[in-house]
Design a protein around this ligand. Structure first.
Ligand SMILES: [Zn+2]
Length: 144
């Protein structure tokens, strides 16, 4: 068994189909949403039925969410199991339309650290460790 010698901890996304993690440094991560070919409605997460047209087959997968603007945020002082508190939880408006709820990274978890309207970029980071010591990864936003 060489599991312990593996220098990279195993990583696994917290959910399938929500985001793309680059395999090289020349790429940027993005969220996976969908866009209606009829009315232009954009959803995140992706969906198969446009909620405006109420029709199947019009939603196509799109890359979105490389950047967004902080719409509101709060300092979470109590964390769910496996997470570290305090942290900033925010809703982020994507230029494509959807509003995404995510953790904020790359700044102190303080009220002064952010402002409404702050631009932030998408990053893929460890969210927590699971019971087997694997890194559970997900998307966060980092102020720019
Ligand atoms: Zn539509």
């Amino acid at each position: 068994m060489t599991v312990k010698e593996d220098k990279d901890a195993k990583q696994k996304p917290f959910a399938e189909g929500l985001f793309y993690q680059p395999t090289s440094s020349s790429e940027k991560p993005h969220l996976i949403g969908s866009k209606c070919s009829v009315c232009g409605y954009v959803s995140f997460p992706k969906t198969t039925v446009c909620p405006i047209c109420i029709k199947e087959g019009t939603m196509n997968e799109v890359a979105l969410g490389t950047k967004g603007k902080i719409n509101s945020f709060t300092i979470a002082r109590v964390a769910p199991q496996g997470f570290e508190a305090p942290y900033i939880a925010a809703s982020v408006d994507l230029p494509e339309g959807p509003r995404v709820f995510a953790m904020i990274t790359g700044c102190e978890p303080l009220e002064e650290a952010l402002e409404i309207g702050t631009e932030a970029e998408l990053v893929i980071e460890k969210l927590r460790e699971d019971e087997e010591g694997n890194e559970v990864i997900g998307y966060k936003f980092r102020p720019v």
